[in-house]
Design a protein around this ligand. Structure first.
Ligand code: NAI
Ligand code: MG
Length: 332
């Protein structure tokens, strides 16, 4: 029996997660769904953004679906980003962020790329401090072990998708130690695994330009935490924007699906949240964690069927409902 721990979180997370859960239950009727708390609302209630009970439940289920959380943009004593805490505590070292052209919502045809983002270190190491008055320091941590693990995952995923190109994205010209270690470790592993013919590299600024100019030229992109965060939002434009961008955090025997978007306070409560990012994230659990690619393909087909026939993802205050019902209908 499959088990799923759902963490709706804050804002539109609470609106899109129930829709994605319905989709999963339609495909896996015996799925056991358990709910857990995390995020800003949770911090206000309990003084902690990720309670231990949430970690325990996630570990027991082995699979999670996370909506979105709000984070204050200033430092709040005792508060730590919920999603970063989950990624670190559960050793979810890999983040998969696919972008594909979709009917009607994509302004560019032929895009089908996957960003593999290192998820545990880099500039998101959590090591930030005041060095002196007016001088704040953040430490960028890159380890050979994490880079090698990322490249090994990239190699496995490249085989699964028959990658035609693998692009390492870094900034080793100005960060020769950290990005140099990243590039060399990834390159060594991928060459050893037989990918030298399709292996390529780009400096992150050029990669950003080329993702705008010719997104269809990319296939698998392998990069560090911060660069992957930024480039995946940029690339998500070609897949129909943030409301359509799914992701999956992967660790050893554990996975946490998570739409790329945040809690969208500007539209929370209005019924206008697009649930497709959450639905497609749930589809990634089916494909990459539960190894049920046929069911994942059905989610993809239902989403594309909906977009083809309805031609829009904006139904005003009925958006969440209309899209949810439209996808569910096409799964029958
Ligand atoms: P956001 O992703 O919440 O929203 C950016 C823009 O995209 C907004 O205009 C929003 O209405 C729109 N949008 C996002 N998702 C949508 C959807 N499903 N359907 C329709 N429109 C959608 O990013 P923002 O505004 O920068 O951050 C808001 C809050 O979310 C902040 O507290 C931030 O810290 C948090 N956040 C959380 C993330 C997470 O939980 N993984 C990721 C990014 C931000
Ligand atoms: Mg982001």
């Amino acid at each position: 029996m499959h088990r799923l721990c759902v963490i709706p979180g804050d804002g539109i997370g609470r609106e899109v997660v129930p829709v994605a859960v319905k989709v999963l239950l339609r495909l896996l009727p015996d799925l056991r769904v358990e709910e857990a708390e995390a995020g800003w609302g949770c911090f206000e209630r309990h003084g902690v953004s990720v309670p231990d009970t949430t970690l325990t439940r996630l570990r027991a289920c082995g699979a999670g679906l996370f909506g979105a959380v709000s984070s204050p943009s200033h430092r709040v004593e005792g508060y730590r980003s919920a999603i970063l805490t989950l990624r670190q505590e559960l050793a979810l070292s890999l983040n998969l962020r696919p972008v594909r052209s979709r009917p009607h919502v994509s302004s560019h045809p032929g895009v089908d790329l996957l960003i593999l983002r290192e998820n545990s270190e880099g500039l998101y190491s959590g090591r930030e401090h005041w060095e002196s008055e007016g001088v704040a320091i953040a430490e960028r941590v890159i380890t050979r072990a994490a880079c090698d693990r990322l490249a090994a995952d990239a190699s496995r995923i490249a085989r699964l998708r028959g990658a035609r190109r693998i692009t390492l994205v870094h900034k080793a010209n100005v960060l020769p130690l950290t990005c140099g270690l990243f590039r060399d470790t990834c390159r060594d592993r991928l060459v050893e695994d037989g990918w030298s013919d399709v292996l390529d590299e780009r400096l992150v600024d050029v990669a950003a330009l080329q993702l705008v100019e010719r997104p269809e030229a990319f296939d698998l992109i392998v990069t560090t935490n911060l660069f992957g965060d930024i480039l995946s939002d940029l690339a998500s434009h070609w897949g129909g924007g943030l409301g359509m961008a799914p992701s999956l955090n992967l660790g050893h025997g554990i996975a946490l699906a998570e739409p790329v978007h945040g809690s969208a306070p500007d539209i929370a409560g209005s019924g206008r949240a697009n649930p497709l990012a959450a639905i497609l994230s749930a589809g990634m659990l089916l494909r990459h964690h539960w190894q049920l690619p046929e069911l994942a393909d059905r989610v993809d087909a239902a989403v594309d069927g909906f977009l083809t026939e309805e031609g829009s993802v904006d139904f005003g205050g009925e958006t969440t409902k209309v899209i949810g019902q439209g996808v569910l209908q096409r799964l029958d």
